[in-house]
Design a protein around this ligand. Structure first.
Ligand code: UDX
Length: 460
C-alpha cells in the first residue's frame, strides 16, 4: 500500500512529485510517465502551472496541485518569441511558486521528477533536500548536443552563420557529436548566443548540483550509444523509459490535448486508399514566414499527392498579434488542390499516423512527433525548424534511414519533387520498409527500464 506507518503511528505517504513546463510536447510525456508510476503503486502528485493546466478529469488516480506561477510575460506565450525566450521567462515565473508549492505539500516527498529544461525547479527541489530526477522530453543525442553548446561556442561553431559558411564546412562532422554535422547542431535563429550559453549553463549546473538521474522518453534500440555516452559524461544513471505513449497504452482520445482536434479528418482519411496521403504538421510551436508557407502550399498542391495539413492559428509569422483564425491560404490554391488536400487547425495526430491511408509524415521533427511516427512505421520528410529538431532530423535521415530532407530551401518545385519521391518513389518504399522495422523494435521496447526507475526512486 501507499500508506506507511512511521513516527509511532503517524501516517505519512511518500509521494513522487512530477512537474513539467507547460508545453504540449512536455506535458504529454510527463503525464504518461505519471500514469505509469501510479500503475506501479506509487502515489503521484502533479504540480502544474495555471497556464496550459492539465485536466484532472482525464487522469484518474493522479493528484493535481497548481503552483500559481507569477504572471507570465508575453515572451513566455507569444508565437512570435523564440523558444529560448520562452524557456527563460517560464523558469523565472515558476522559481519561487514551485518552491513554495513543493515545500507546502502535506505528504513526504520521495522524489521530484521535473522537466529537464527547468533549472529553476531542479534547483528549488534540490535546495529543499528533495531527491531530483530530470525528465528529458527530447532525445539523449539532443541533450548531449545541448550540454556541448558552450564548448561549441568557444570553438567558433556558434553563433551559426549558415549562409556565410561554406557548404563543406557545414558538412563537417561536429566534434564529439557524430553523426551530427556542423549544420545539424542545435540552434535557435535570432537568439543571442551568450543568452543561450547562459541557459545551458543553468541547466548543467542544476543537473550537477541537484539531480540523481536522468529519465528519457527514448528507447535503447534507437539510442543505445547516445545513452551510454550521456551516462558517462554526467556520471548519472539514465533511464530510457520510452516510447511513453506506447508503454502507457493511453488511448489517443483520452489524451491531454491543449487544442481541440478536428476528428472529421479521420472520416476524410477513411475515404482514401492505403498509404496514399501525406500528413503535414509542424507541431505545437514552430512557425514559418508567409513566403515559406506559400511555397509549402503550392508544393503540396503541385505534387498531385493527397495531403492532410495542420495549419495552426498563429503558425505563420507576421499575422495580427493574438490572431485566432488560421492564416489564409494563397489565392487560387483550393482550385489547384482539387479536393486532394484537407486542412485542419489541429489533428488527432496519433490516430492520423495510425490510419492506413497515411503514407508519410512531413514533420518539423519534434521528438514526440518522431516517436509517434516511428511507432506507426511511417517514413518522414524532415523540415527541422529550431533547437533539438535539427539533431532529430539527422538521426531520422542518416542514422535510422527512415526519412529524407524536404530541401534546405523550401521552394515549390523542390517540395513537389521531394513529396513524390517519398510517397511513390523507390527511395520512399525503402524508407517505409526501414520504418516498419523500427516500429517492430519500438513495440518490443519493454518496461524493464521503468521497473528499474521505480526501484531507483524507492532507493533514494
Ligand atoms: C517541442 C519542440 O518543438 C520540440 O523540438 C521538442 O522535441 C519537444 O517540444 P512540439 O513542437 O510541440 O515540441 O513538437 P512535438 O514534440 O512533435 O510534439 C507535438 C505533439 O502534439 C505530438 O504529441 C503530436 O501528436 C501533437 N499534435 C501535433 C497533435 O496532436 N495534433 C496536431 O495537429 C499537431
Amino acid at each position: 500500500g501507499e500508506e506507511q506507518l512511521r513516527d509511532g503511528g503517524l501516517h505519512r505517504r511518500r509521494v513522487v512529485v512530477l512537474f513539467s513546463l507547460p508545453f504540449h510536447g512536455h506535458l504529454n510525456p510527463t503525464l504518461k510517465l505519471a500514469a505509469l508510476l501510479r500503475a506501479r503503486g506509487l502515489a503521484v502528485t502533479v504540480l502544474h502551472t495555471d497556464f496550459n493546466a492539465p485536466d484532472p478529469a482525464r487522469h484518474p488516480g493522479l493528484a493535481f496541485v497548481p503552483i500559481h506561477e507569477t504572471p507570465l510575460q508575453d515572451t513566455a506565450v507569444s508565437p512570435d518569441s523564440d523558444i529560448l525566450a520562452k524557456l527563460l521567462a517560464l523558469n523565472a515565473a515558476i522559481a519561487a511558486p514551485f518552491r513554495q508549492a513543493l515545500a507546502s505539500l502535506q505528504d513526504a516527498v520521495a522524489c521530484a521528477v521535473v522537466d529537464g529544461q527547468c533549472y529553476a525547479a531542479m534547483d528549488a527541489a534540490g535546495e529543499l533536500g528533495v531527491p531530483v530526477l530530470a525528465l528529458r522530453t527530447d532525445s539523449a543525442a539532443a541533450l548531449r548536443n545541448m550540454l556541448a553548446i558552450p564548448r561549441l561556442r568557444d570553438a567558433g561553431y556558434l553563433p551559426f552563420k549558415g549562409k556565410q559558411t561554406k557548404k563543406e564546412q557545414l558538412d563537417e562532422p561536429a566534434p564529439g557529436l557524430e553523426p551530427l554535422r556542423v549544420r545539424d547542431l542545435i540552434r535557435v535563429d535570432g537568439c543571442d548566443t551568450d543568452e543561450l550559453c547562459g541557459f545551458v549553463t543553468s541547466v548543467a549546473d542544476a543537473v550537477r548540483a541537484s539531480v540523481s538521474g536522468i529519465v528519457f522518453n527514448t528507447f535503447e534500440a534507437i539510442e543505445a550509444p547516445e545513452l551510454a555516452k550521456i551516462q558517462r559524461e554526467l556520471s548519472l544513471p539514465a533511464f530510457a523509459v520510452g516510447p511513453l505513449h506506447l508503454l502507457s497504452q493511453t488511448p489517443p482520445p483520452a489524451e491531454q490535448s491543449l487544442h481541440a482536434p478536428d476528428r472529421g479528418c479521420l472520416a476524410w482519411l477513411d475515404a482514401r486508399t492505403p498509404r496514399s496521403v501525406l500528413y503535414v504538421s509542424l507541431g505545437s510551436l514552430a512557425c514559418v514566414n508567409r513566403a515559406v508557407f506559400e511555397e509549402m502550399a503550392w508544393g503540396l498542391a503541385g505534387s498531385g499527392v493527397p495531403f492532410l495539413w495542420v495549419v495552426r492559428p498563429g503558425m505563420v509569422t507576421g499575422g495580427a498579434a493574438g490572431e485566432e483564425a488560421p492564416p489564409p491560404l494563397p489565392d487560387g490554391l483550393e482550385e489547384k488542390m482539387r479536393g486532394r488536400g484537407k486542412i485542419v487547425t489541429w489533428a488527432p495526430q496519433r490516430e492520423v499516423l495510425a490510419h492506413d491511408a497515411i503514407g508519410a509524415f512531413w514533420t518539423h521533427c519534434g521528438w514526440n512527433s518522431i516517436l509517434e511516427s516511428i511507432c506507426e512505421g511511417v517514413p518522414m520528410l524532415v523540415q527541422p525548424c529550431f533547437a533539438d529538431q535539427m539533431v532529430n532530423a539527422r538521426y531520422v535521415t542518416h542514422e535510422w534511414g527512415v526519412g529524407m530532407e524536404v530541401g534546405e530551401v523550401i521552394e515549390r518545385e523542390r517540395v513537389a519533387k521531394a513529396v513524390t519521391k517519398l510517397m511513390v518513389g523507390e527511395d520512399g518504399a525503402w524508407m517505409r520498409e526501414r520504418a516498419r522495422r523500427l516500429q517492430v523494435q519500438a513495440s518490443a521496447a519493454t518496461s524493464l527500464a521503468l521497473d528499474s526507475l521505480v526501484q531507483y526512486i524507492l532507493s533514494l
